[in-house]
Design a binder for this molecule. Structure first.
Ligand SMILES: Cc1ncc(C[n+]2csc(CCOP(=O)(O)OP(=O)(O)O)c2C)c(N)n1
Length: 331
């Protein structure tokens, strides 16, 4: 049980993380609209509580993997903001050297082993990382973040089967935002029952309010404890909603799939506002909260300047990292 002061410090840190994610995503939305950023970008606005809550339960040396909508995972795990922004601008100083763009983020120094847009593609790789940890006995936990659409891929089930059978230290963190591209979950599956896969594969499964960072943190803390102690994997199905459309800054009202009242209802459950209200009830002042927002705005502004002023990779370097060099093969 945390002392009150420690609890407020923890909650404030979660708030900073979530305001940061929100600030970064909404700035990127503006930059996409202004056509200053050109790479395909999937925004995380509205889902901040999932990445913040899960990553707050992890150690710095634990691993995370993500998909195409992963700026939030990268930031929550401690990825460098300047390097994220530079990556979106395709600059040499980007976290993937400007070669990956929004959908291919890596920061091994903080345990972000990779994000990739092949739907469900990083789930088995996360299980592989957990298998490596189990074999090495390094005590690390791995989290695979993925969407509800990814839960319909066969490899999701193969990965869960292996992880449960070998009791691997991995957490399957499903961000169920109801949509896969432009299709609602109930148009794609007979039942809204992703969590049932846990029981079928022999692991605990929990359905969470994915907009309540404290609920996510509490469930993730238990899942991490189980994984680290050798009890095996957990599936966390976090119910949430993305405010922006599938890709880019648009809201997708014009493609016939999202009702305006649905978005309006979810905006009423804004995870950032909910945490702010909780902090106010714990004694933080409006001034403190405004200060966090101001600091984040300044930090994001600096990251944009850093990205704009960074150099692109040299043209002659374009084929680097495509094939392993002879020296890498020998090493
Ligand atoms: C194997 C594969 N099939 C199809 C696609 C095209 N595609 C890209 S994102 C996406 C929807 C993913 O939905 P979900 O997993 O729920 O994630 P969300 O976009 O909701 O975060 C699809 C079908 C792909 N990238 N990879």
């Amino acid at each position: 049980m945390l002392r009150t002061e420690d609890r407020v410090v923890l909650l404030r840190a979660l708030y900073v993380t979530m305001v940061r994610m929100r600030g970064v995503e909404e700035t990127i939305a503006d930059l996409l609209e202004a056509k200053e950023i050109g790479c395909p970008t999937h925004l995380y606005t509205g889902q901040e509580a999932v990445a913040a809550g899960v990553c707050a339960a992890l150690r710095a040396d634990d691993y995370v993997f993500g998909g195409h909508r992963s700026h939030g995972h990268y930031l929550a795990k401690g990825g460098d903001l300047n390097a994220l922004m530079a990556e979106l601008y395709g600059k040499k100083t980007g976290c993937s050297g400007g070669r990956g763009g929004s959908m291919h983020l890596v920061a091994p120094e903080v345990g972000v082993l990779g994000t990739a847009p092949l739907v469900a593609g990083t789930i088995p790789i996360a299980v592989g990382a957990a298998l490596a940890s189990a074999l090495r006995g390094d005590g690390r936990v791995t989290v695979a973040f993925f969407g509800d659409g990814a839960a319909e891929e066969g490899v999701f089930h193969e990965s869960m089967n292996l992880a449960a059978h070998r009791k691997l230290p991995v957490i399957f963190a499903c961000e169920n935002n109801s949509y896969a591209s432009h299709m609602h979950l109930l148009e794609r599956r007979a039942r809204d029952n992703i969590v049932a896969s846990a029981e079928a594969h022999g692991m605990p499964g929990r359905v969470l309010d994915g907009n309540d960072v404290l609920a996510v943190l509490s469930a993730a803390t238990e899942a991490v404890r189980d994984a680290r102690s050798g009890a095996g994997p957990t599936l966390l199905e976090c119910r949430t909603y993305r405010w922006r459309g599938h890709v880019g800054p648009a809201l997708d009202f014009d493609v016939g799939v999202r009702r305006k009242d649905e978005l309006c209802e979810w905006r009423g459950k804004d995870p950032v506002t909910r945490l702010a209200e909780h902090l106010l009830a714990c004694g933080m002042t409006r001034e403190d909260l405004d200060g966090v927002r101001r600091d984040v705005d300044a930090e994001v502004h600096k990251a944009v300047t850093f990205a704009r002023e960074s150099a692109p990779p040299e043209v002659e370097s374009l084929t680097e990292h495509v094939y392993r060099s002879a020296s890498e093969r020998q090493g």
